[in-house]
Design a protein around this ligand. Sequence first.
Ligand SMILES: [Zn+2]
Length: 106
Amino acid sequence: MNKTKIKQNDKVMIISGKDKTKIGKVLKIYHNKGKVLVEGLNKIKKHVKPNPYKQEQGGIKDAEAPVHISNVRVVCDACANPTKPAFRLTGDGEKVRFCKKCDENF
Ligand SMILES: [Zn+2]
């Protein structure tokens, strides 16, 4: 499987489904499933059991569901465009991610 170019706290745009074109922050990456959890997006209704130890009431709550990586694009910090990032080496031999659209590292 391809290693993802998405990192935690990246901004990503969803490109399919009901939240298409919406942008959110990556909260979690599930490498083995190839999915990411995006803050505030792809919400589902989740049934929650009451948990007296945490003083949580049961019921239905909104929760984010993981989105497949093929359905998101990383949004470049510099030009704010959704992009397919690429990698290149700096003069120090360090691998950095850069935007193919504006050529900025991000
Ligand atoms: Zn850019």
